[in-house]
Design a protein around this ligand. Sequence first.
Ligand code: NAD
Length: 451
Amino acid sequence: MITVREPATETVLTEIPAADRSLLDAAVARARESAPAWRALTPRARARALSDLAAALEQHVEELALLEARNAGKPIADARGEMEMVIDAFRYYSGAPERPLGETIPVAGGQAFTVREPLGVVGLITPWNFPLLIASWKLAPALAAGNAVVLKPAVLTPMTALRFEQLASEAGIPEGVVNVVVGAGSTVGQRLVEHPDVAKIAFTGSTEVGRQIAAAAAPTIKRVTLELGGKSPNIVFADADLQKAAAAAPAAVFGNAGQDCCARSRILVQREAIDEFMQELEQVVRSIRVGDPLDHSTQMGPLISAGQREAVSSFLNGEAPIAIRGSAPEGPGYWFPPTVLAPVDPHARAAREEIFGPIAVVIPFTDEADAIRIANDTIYGLSGSIWTRDGAKALRVAHALECGVLSINSNTSVRVATPFGGFKQSGYGRELGPHALDAYTEVKSIFFATS
Ligand code: NAD
């Protein structure tokens, strides 16, 4: 059995049977059987099915948000925002089946053109930090492209995925097209990656597991896209609106209690601005309301598990001074206060490894070249921010940074219409926007002789 807990209280939310390899195989078989009919639906019918699904999710938005808030320990206001984004993903990709995806190419002796075809059965493996949201970025384009899917959510947070499977069925998605299997990554996840009838794996999770998945997918030459870890820089130049940059910085790293692949956890501040920036930052960090996820005024909840709290705590090892410490409740729940280490040497462990908890490091820099050098000195390359009033400098730095998603004078990362994904060991492939459809289709080139 899998015991599902509420991280805010440590109480048991429910127990569900753990799937094994044979249950996974049965789900893949169902998906394989249903895939041809789903693919053969007219584009209009598939578009309609996805917009009906979006409507069903909308009708259940409060229920889904509550389930996510309790199971993942995230503030209810954030959970509701995530569910709105889930609905947006299905609305956005419900337009995809009727949009042109191929090209015509001028060649001698006839007409050449390309078509994009679904892959068949696609395996989706997701983490616990944004459970249904990250699943939706895979589910919506995969289904729009005409694939059947087998989703393996993280065992810590399976609740919204299981509810999604029911809602998809109620909304009229044909049986077998959407399958959710809850089981351990090392058995069920591994089997999904190795399964000969699965054409592709779309994975979001740690870089370490991503590496294992790429290796396990190699024998079947399986298509793989990987959305992995990050250690993103938030670069604040002295000529920025410091008040605005400091006010925005905490949410960019303490949102979702720091369990965010895009967390701007390395705050790089130009030396001459550091005192003013730290004063502003301290005020905001101390005012963060950490507590009951179901209280509407809560801004930060607990960590996901006792193990995660232990891993995060290991970064408070005296290597760098604690400059700011916010508050957190006592008692049951995996609480950890928002914490800022400053100043931090760029070579310190806290400055190099993904902490995945509410610890930010502040690293001073001297000039533009120094900022770029420090920002790029990492194995990761997911997101980042640049704060400056100098537009030309902002663009120079944006071009120089090695990462997939950037914002200037903002800390936002995700929009349904724009591509999302990493450089370097943050992964490969892109989710969201029109690009995601490439990840769930094959290109076929056809030549039609005219002479
Ligand atoms: P994880 O890598 O431990 O697990 C992710 C999923 O993979 C889970 O469902 C797990 O059961 C499964 N899994 C584990 N071992 C497996 C195996 N051998 N074969 C197949 N599946 C296996 O990650 P996590 O702890 O759930 O999530 C945190 C990590 O996810 C962080 O590193 C974070 O940066 C990353 N993340 C990345 C993004 C992104 O878009 N780049 C988004 C969210 C989270």
